[in-house]
Ligand binder design. Structure first.
Ligand code: AP5
Length: 218
């Protein structure tokens, strides 16, 4: 099953992609995670991407498209994947279609995570991430048992630089300017299942499972 999770920053795409992929044994491909790893490792890609990410802008299409094409060519994508955070522009969507069709594949569906801006701002400002294992928390909605400390590995929790108030507003603007049109782009192709992402994490998970089951049957 080849699926895209689409929606505004902080909608809960990453949280749900982790559950859905671990249940199915398919890779969760988050372009944000790959780019952050490249920045942390000081690679050429990371150096070129960092300024864009810090300001809340999109990394240029050519950099992201080739990065995703390489990732999708790996053996672990044979049974499918969830793409989280890609595509984010029409050019990226077209490139994805070309990459998949070159390998004899298609996109089976797009889950659109619908949530309002107020929820997004609350979710991003309270998000905390483990420095060691990358586990994701929220200080109010999904808190760790011990403040500042990861339940899974005991690592230190930190706030992403781009989750600070000044950058969150810019990320939302960028979403509406460059990414939101993809909902209609994929609706026109009959690929969109809408998920009410304003619900609690467990209710959103149930919605995601229902939407993915619909794709399994088709
Ligand atoms: P990226 O990392 O993709 O950021 P994003 O799309 O802004 O998505 P987020 O990871 O912020 O949110 P999410 O929807 O995954 O929410 P989460 O599950 O964590 O991209 C970062 C940057 O990289 C971009 O700005 C850009 O510069 C660059 N980039 C990446 N991809 C690119 C591309 N394709 N092209 C160009 N540039 C690219 O949840 C958020 C919080 O809410 C968490 O704390 C969570 O615990 C909590 N939460 C989750 N669900 C719920 C719920 N139902 N109720 C309450 N709280 C919840």
């Amino acid at each position: 099953m080849n699926v895209v999770f689409l929606g505004p920053p902080g909608a809960g795409k990453g949280t749900q992609a982790k559950y859905a992929c671990s249940r199915r044994g398919i890779p969760h491909i988050s372009t944000g995670d790959i780019l952050r790893e490249a920045v942390a490792n000081g690679t050429d890609l990371g150096r070129r991407a960092k300024g864009y990410m810090d300001s809340g802008a999109l990394v240029p299409d050519d950099l992201v498209v080739s990065m995703v094409a390489e990732r999708l060519s790996r053996d672990d994508c044979g049974e499918g994947f969830v793409l989280d955070g890609f595509p984010r522009t029409v050019a990226q969507a077209e490139a994805l279609e070309e990459t998949l069709s070159a390998n004899g594949g298609v996109l089976d569906g797009v889950l659109y995570f619908s949530v309002d801006d107020e929820d997004v701002i609350k979710r991003l400002s309270g998000r905390r991430i483990c420095r060691e294992c990358g586990a994701n928390y929220h200080i109010e909605f999904m808190p760790p048992a011990k403040e500042g400390c990861c339940d899974k590995c005991g690592g230190e929790l930190y706030q992403r630089d781009d989750d600070k108030a000044e950058t969150v507003g810019e990320r939302l603007k960028v979403y509406y300017r460059q990414t939101a049109d993809l909902v209609d782009y994929y609706r026109d192709r009959g690929l969109v299942a809408e998920v009410d992402a304003s619900l609690s994490p467990s209710d959103v998970q149930a919605e995601v499972e229902k939407a993915l089951a619909g794709l399994d049957r088709s």
